[in-house]
Design a protein. Sequence first.
Length: 324
Amino acid sequence: MIADRLLLAAAVGCAACSGHHAAVAPDAPGRPGDAITDGAAIDQRVVLFGGEDAHGLGTGDLPDTWTFDGTAWSQVMTTGPGERDSPAMAGLGGQVVLFGGAGGLLLDTWTFDGTTWTLSASTQPPCEQSTMATLGDEVVLTGGPGGAPTYTWTFDEQAWTQTAIASPSERFGASIATLDGTLVMFGGSDPNETVLQDTWIFDGTTWTQWSGTGAPPARSQATLATLGDKVVLFGGTAEDSILDDTWTFDGTTWTELTLATHPSARADAAMASLGNRVVLFGGGSFLQDTWLFDGTAWTEATTTSAPPGRNSAALATWTVSPGN
């Protein structure tokens, strides 16, 4: 059921059972190569949900929903998914889809239309911590924490379907994004918590391991998002360090960008596409900063208000439907 037509892309890195988490969420309307400039006919926001709270609200996780339009953050006063960190979230049509997360055995699916969260009654995939992105008119879910089988599931706004597709090796904390009608997944950690350096491409039918050279160093809990005809990778955690590097991948070649200004080293940040930029929020030691990257330079956004600092949140692009 996966169409060649690309609507949006978003992803959230999954979390380890040991408590290390990642959030990644890329989205782009139309074909990823079609840049959407500020003020274009397609109205977009990024939606932020959940994450780990520095102040220990309840379980230490947050249940709040925020949107960002490239200039200002706004909190959406609505009830919906409960407290959690590291949920998987992706845009799908005029809404976003959220699945699972850490903070208990969370196997629930929710959709958000910009105003209201709605709980899906569909039979759920078996793992609460996964990686998800949008491909065509479905979202694709894969991965999970140590001990879980590898699998690939799809959700079409109505029901989850487990496929018979052979998936990449077992991992958590991977980063995933959409690239020109395919999904790109990088890194993560295996069940022994060894960080991985492999790149996988999914065309809706088959997962294929990229065989090129010059990939980014191995890492987990990095962020990955679609920007035009490339995906952008930032940060994450290596075996013995936290990273602050920026890379792009065009489906053939990984390229490291040497940038004078960029976000500080961090893992567990949230990142998603917003028109012709990507937006990065938080991560690290419960950071509260917002950064924009246009393919050439990182710029820290100056906002009058922002969500409370957090890591392991979900961020995805929401394309505003008429009337919202």
